[in-house]
Design a protein around this ligand. Structure first.
Ligand SMILES: N#Cc1c(N)n[nH]c1-c1ccc2c(Cl)cn(Cc3cccnc3)c2c1
Length: 246
């Protein structure tokens, strides 16, 4: 997969050189390119923002540098390749979910437009639709100062789903949200720590009982912490033994 990120703070994306995503880049599993929006300005002050039409606080990102940056990305593609997906982090975007991460992990080329200030001139979104499949996306219902933190989270969530990035693909199956439920609690040595014992079932070696206990813990935790996830949960997808939990 190729990922392009446009930002006025390229150094904000430095954490993507580390750990699993960094190794995926070294291994050629992920071609991640970070572009400084200011490289696409033409004035001596490398201006990327201006005052908002209609008044109001703050500044708005000028359209032309964005069009130059995004055109360079859209133009640098194999002949006949389909439109890349352009993810535009925005407080007004669709929610980023694990389901969307799985969907985007299937794409060959993603681009991310990290805005700042009060946002990017809306005409850029409209212009981009000729060159990209444009998806305004929000990380969640809270307010950040720009798109970079959202892109860090989305690139990690998507990148870890790519084949070969996570050592043991099994670990992707039983984590929170992969099957619509929260994950079960995990323990390691010592079996007694500060007078706290590991649940005995996990020491039993009975894999059937362990699997049943873990599934029960997933339901218990989800009902306690995220009952909203159970509203849409299709019990019909569960093995019969699990349906008694609902
Ligand atoms: N994704 C996401 C996301 C989220 N979940 N919260 N805030 C954002 C986000 C994403 C993009 C920008 C751009 Cl461009 C400018 N700002 C600052 C801002 C703050 C409040 C109102 N308007 C703009 C952004 C905030």
């Amino acid at each position: 997969m190729r990922i392009d990120v446009v930002t006025i703070f390229p150094e904000y994306l430095a954490p993507l050189e580390l750990s699993l995503i960094g190794k995926a880049r070294q291994d050629g599993l992920l071609d991640l390119r970070v572009h400084d929006l200011r490289a696409f300005t033409t004035d001596r002050h490398r201006t990327v923002d201006d005052t908002p039409y209609g008044g109001g606080a703050g500044m708005v990102m000028k359209p032309e540098p964005w069009a130059q940056a995004l055109a360079a990305i859209a133009g640098d593609r194999p002949e006949g390749a389909g439109k890349p997906v352009l993810i535009v982090p925005s407080p007004a975007g669709e929610r980023f979910t694990q389901a969307l991460a799985y969907e985007l992990a299937e794409e060959k080329h993603l681009a991310f437009a990290c805005g700042r200030y009060e946002g990017i001139d809306e005409r850029v979104i409209d212009w981009s639709r000729d060159h990209f499949d444009v998806r305004p996306v929000s990380l969640g219902d809270y307010v950040l100062n720009g798109g970079e933190v959202a892109v860090l989270a989305m690139v990690e969530a998507i990148g870890r789903l790519l084949p070969g990035v996570v050592g043991n693909p099994e670990s992707l199956v039983e984590e929170s949200h992969s099957d619509g439920l929260l994950e079960y609690p995990v323990y390691t040595k010592p079996s007694v720590w500060r007078d706290r014992e590991v649940p005995a079932v996990l020491l039993s070696g009975n894999h059937g009982r362990i699997a049943q206990w873990r599934r029960h813990e997933q339901f218990r935790r989800t009902a306690q912490r995220r009952p909203d996830l159970l509203e849409g949960f299709d019990a019909g997808k569960l093995p019969r033994a699990d349906r008694t939990e609902l």
